[in-house]
Design a protein around this ligand. Structure first.
Ligand code: ATP
Length: 569
């Protein structure tokens, strides 16, 4: 699927707009238009219904160790700054970034090569050397390299060493490479050579993905947005926009226990905005600076935590498929040991093959993490770290005079749990399925986009763009059209429309040729279109048209609401 076509459809039909577009836009921020807001809301509601409200706590679901309860929560975006100190975000929630010395742009160190692989200048150079696969071995060709540097390179990568200073760079470059035919050379290595003016002094350089310039050494960069609470802006008044919704759940663990009759095992779910000052927001809404999360913290007995981890991993894996993403487009990836957070026993990502990624590359939709008792203990005792034996202990810092104190003190509240049946007291372990509402929305948009051939009003076959959303998440469930604007057809159609509106989102349209109206609904992803025509006036039936099969059938006017309800539920 061509991503540009989807991006343009999203704007044209009102799924997504760039934030503050009339002022040139703000990078990493997106607004949902009239269709987009319905789509995203339906996805969030499906999640809430399936995970929380519709959950049956009386039966043991397949694959689960026992029955369990689910509750919801809505905590604030700004919380006490100590929350982020004890959670580890204040000290550890950072990425490594590099700055281009020439164009001054920032790039995330671990994204540099992926960005270079997509950069127009690197692609055009690859084309010049007729390299199709980045890993393929190649022979250096000084003439072609120089020609490229003086033409396309000058326009697209003005700060690449070979473009800035072609003669000097090329002289040692050809000496190094042409006299050394056995050198194991591939495109990334050659690009590093081309970015390096003085290899002896600097070693091989990695070029800036934007302009080819040289990048500084990676530096740490905290991703939390800072703000101040109250009129005076001091270090003490500094607060943060939450980078995840999860911590709001942990700090309310005791409140939920005390105010409800939930017993372990149980889960608390929350969805809401999170903020991360991403260094390189990109790929449409995939990496934004303001986004929504749908998170569950599931509290269980330590002895059962592995089984619960598996249960949630499988449960969440199936959820995306139930809403229409085929298994073949998804990947379940268990993290390697060295990828795990310092507290985690196991983490798996559910990933989707987004069309903007290379073939066989996948992007994270959701992470399911076994967090042990790290979070609850941190908020009780103070910020925890793993010691040499791999056990969690409160992180200490040394003050002047050699005295030690906890780096960040916990709340001191008792966040343990007492099992009334056995009288056992313990700190529950936590399984966290953490999903992104915007990434899920983007995946459902990508998956829905189809082009097929369908007859137009004159019966001629035309390319049709159709968004094949699962009916549960489709922004509009049904559209109603009078064939013509006379003979009482609009009145009948409006009555049907009002009946449908009481149950779900419906759309009424009487403008233009009916074929065109169908096309507009296909692009919006409306599963059913209902048309009132001449026959309706005689026998009180209407046609219903199926978006995907294009099949049409007649139904009594009085039965339309029931028929559509059944089909979209
Ligand atoms: P990534 O590695 O892609 O930065 P992450 O592992 O940091 O993601 P988590 O901290 O596990 O992400 O967040 C849970 C979920 O929140 C992710 O699976 C994703 O769906 C969503 N999410 C995280 N960061 C962003 C973002 N910048 N834009 C949109 N969604 C995001």
């Amino acid at each position: 699927m061509d991503m540009d076509k989807l991006v343009s459809l999203c704007k044209r039909r009102g799924f997504l707009f760039q934030s503050s577009e009339i002022y040139g836009g703000l990078n990493g921020f997106w607004d949902y238009g009239p269709l987009g807001v319905e789509l995203k809301r339906n996805i969030k509601e499906a999640w809430w219904q399936d995970m929380v409200r519709g959950h049956d706590e009386l039966v043991t679901p397949p694959g689960a160790p026992s029955a369990y309860e689910m509750t919801g929560l809505d905590s604030t975006i700004i919380m006490h700054p100590q929350v982020w100190k004890c959670s580890g975000h204040y000290d550890l929630f950072h990425d490594w970034m590099q700055t281009c010395r020439q164009c001054k742009r920032l790039v995330r160190a671990d994204h540099v090569w992926n960005m270079i692989k997509e950069a127009p200048w690197a692609l055009s150079f690859a084309e010049t050397l007729e390299v199709t696969n980045w890993g393929d071995k190649l022979r250096f060709n000084s003439l072609r390299t120089l020609q490229w540097a003086k033409n396309k390179g000058r326009k697209t990568a003005p700060n690449l060493a070979i473009v800035r200073n072609p003669e000097v760079t090329l002289s040692w470059l050809s000496e190094d490479l042409e006299n050394n035919p056995n050198l194991d050379l591939d495109l990334p290595t050659l690009l590093q050579y081309m970015a390096t003016e003085q290899k002896a002094q600097t070693g091989l350089q990695t070029p800036c993905p934007h302009c080819g310039g040289d990048l500084t050494e990676p530096r740490e960069f905290n991703l939390m947005f800072e703000t101040h609470t109250g009129a005076v802006q001091t270090e003490e008044s500094k607060t943060f926009l939450r980078p995840e919704t999860a911590q709001g759940i942990f700090v309310n663990f005791k409140n939920v226990l005390d105010s409800t009759r939930v017993k372990v095992p149980f889960g608390i779910a929350q969805m809401g905005k999170s903020f991360r000052n991403e260094i390189t927001p990109r790929n449409f809404t995939f990496r934004s600076r303001e986004f929504e999360q749908m998170e569950i913290e599931f509290f269980c007995h330590p002895s059962e935590s592995r089984q619960w981890y598996q249960y949630w991993r499988d449960r969440r894996w199936r959820w995306y498929q139930d809403l229409g993403i085929p298994e073949g487009r998804l990947r379940l990836r268990e993290h390697d040991k060295d990828e795990l957070s310092h507290y985690s026993v196991g983490t798996a990502d559910i990933e989707y093959g987004f069309p903007f990624l290379a073939e066989n590359e996948y992007g994270e939709l959701e992470g399911i993490a076994h967090r042990g008792d790290f979070d609850l203990r941190s908020h009780m005792e103070g910020k925890l770290v793993k010691n040499a034996e791999g056990c969690l202990e409160v992180e200490m810092v040394e003050e002047e005079g050699g005295k030690k104190r906890p780096k960040w003190k916990g709340s001191g509240r008792d966040l343990t749990y007492r099992d009334e049946a056995t009288n056992e007291r313990y700190t529950p372990h936590v399984i966290e399925p953490s999903a992104g509402a915007d990434r899920a929305t983007l995946a459902f948009l990508c998956e829905a986009y189809h082009e097929d051939q369908a007859p137009d009003e004159k019966g001629e076959m035309q390319t049709r763009v159709v968004m094949k959303f699962h009916p549960r998440i489709a922004p509009v469930k049904a559209a109603v059209f009078p064939l013509v604007k006379k003979d009482g057809m609009p009145e009948i159609a409006q009555d049907i429309y009002r009946g449908l509106k009481k149950k779900f989102s419906a759309f009424y349209d009487e403008k233009g040729a009916v074929g065109r109206r169908y096309r507009r609904q296909d692009e919006a992803g409306t599963p059913y279109c209902i048309t009132v025509d001449g026959q309706t006036l005689q026998d009180k039936t209407v046609t219903i048209r199926d978006r995907d099969t294009l099949e049409q059938w007649r139904v009594k006017v009085d039965d339309v609401v029931e028929e559509i309800s059944q089909r979209v539920s």
